[in-house]
Ligand binder design. Structure first.
Ligand SMILES: [Zn+2]
Ligand SMILES: [Zn+2]
Ligand SMILES: [Zn+2]
Length: 373
């Protein structure tokens, strides 16, 4: 029995870097950690990096690593992503004489229920406002640990913690929100919504009106502007395509008109789809995904039907009030987009996020959002 092994498949979105991880059955489940540090947010485009810690005897084989592009995250840590589609798959910690620890991104795994056990959030202090940690409070009824920094060191932070130095923002039309990936191969700036932000039409997104809903679609509306036209809509998507594009269980998108994006801080250089180290991957018949060719960060989802409106990866944003950029974004809390994709492989965290989003919505957003559609 001691020789029983178990295999779990990992894949990127384009499948070129698909690989099967085989380990003794006794090594399962792996411990999963969600890291909220600023560098991980900017290197994934997601509000946190979810990884499963592989056992010390595991070493990622050369045949897998050859298919991936490596990028130095820090002196001690290397990230590996697919150069064709951008999916982050692996992280290596340490190395040299002491041996390395390998982490696999949970979103790249075919299944996580029964494969990983969620342990904790780490580096929450970096978020200033608590970030995604308030959106995932419990998994299978069990509280997720909430470490300020490194797990097991320092303090744990209470639910809805916010930094005492968190600034109160007085929005001004001249504000610019800086968005950038970790390697700064991709950066741009977002303006506050204005009259021109309301121009154009766009089909209702699944996060507001589920595609498979039998209910009639609401009439066309400027659904991407919220809070009386002062904020952009943001929401979380757990569809298989977003999951595999990032290697993360979900990605948070902000819906921002192209006219409100500039490639310089002064707001003079208009948005275009070719700048910096941006790379493109055609992820369906109707959409292109953009990621950084230098560090692999997810940047945009770009639908053919609405070229005037981009989905921006929220992890790239650098708002002084915190990772959730609440002076810029209103969060959709009543739906985790494409939950039906996520439930068969990750019921625990999916239901956990839905519960966390509802709790956050109740606490911070007074109006029931469906009534505002
Ligand atoms: Zn790929
Ligand atoms: Zn999606
Ligand atoms: Zn980059």
């Amino acid at each position: 029995m001691a020789n029983d092994t178990r295999a779990i498949k990992a894949t990127c979105l384009c499948t070129a870097a698909a690989h099967e991880i085989t380990l003794p059955a006794s090594a399962f489940p792996f411990k999963a950690i969600f890291c909220h540090c600023s560098s991980d947010r900017h290197s994934t485009g997601s509000l946190c990096l979810g990884i499963a810690v592989l056992p010390p005897e595991y070493k990622a084989p050369g045949a897998w690593l050859e298919k991936l592009q490596s990028t130095e995250f820090s002196k001690r840590i290397t990230h590996y992503f697919c150069p064709t589609c951008g999916t982050m798959m692996l992280a290596r910690l340490g190395g040299g004489d002491g041996g390395a620890r390998w982490d696999v991104c949970t979103g790249a795994l075919e299944q996580i229920d029964g494969v990983v056990e969620v342990d904790c959030h780490e580096y929450i202090a970096d978020t200033v406002d608590g970030g995604f940690s308030d959106f995932l409070q419990r998994v299978d009824g069990k509280q997720v640990g909430r470490w300020s920094g490194e797990p097991g060191q320092g303090e744990q932070l209470p639910l809805y913690w916010q930094s005492s130095s968190r600034p109160t923002i007085q929005p001004s039309p001249s504000d610019k929100l800086h968005a950038y990936c970790r390697c700064k191969g991709v950066e741009f700036w977002i303006s506050r919504p204005s009259k021109r932000s309301a121009m154009g039409k766009a089909a209702w997104p699944d996060v507001l009106h589920p595609f498979d809903s039998p209910a009639p679609k609401p009439k066309d509306a400027v659904w991407w502007l919220r809070a009386g036209g002062t904020k952009y809509l943001a929401g979380c998507c757990s569809c298989d395509s977003c999951r595999l594009a990032t290697g993360q269980e979900w990605i948070e998108w902000a819906f921002v008109p192209a006219v409100d994006i500039t490639l310089d801080e002064a707001g003079q250089v208009p948005f275009s789809r070719e700048f910096g180290m941006l790379k493109h991957y055609r992820s369906s018949e109707v959409a292109t995904r953009h990621f950084c060719g230098g560090c692999g960060a997810t940047v945009f989802w770009d639908g053919d039907e609405r070229p005037q409106l981009l989905d921006i990866a929220v992890g790239l944003l650098d708002a002084p009030e915190g990772a959730r950029a609440e002076s810029w974004l209103e969060w959709r809390t009543a739906r985790l987009s494409y939950r039906e994709d996520a439930l068969p492989r990750a019921k625990g965290v999916t239901e956990g996020v839905e519960e966390g989003l509802r709790g956050y919505g109740k606490r911070y957003q007074r109006e029931p959002q469906d009534a505002a559609l």
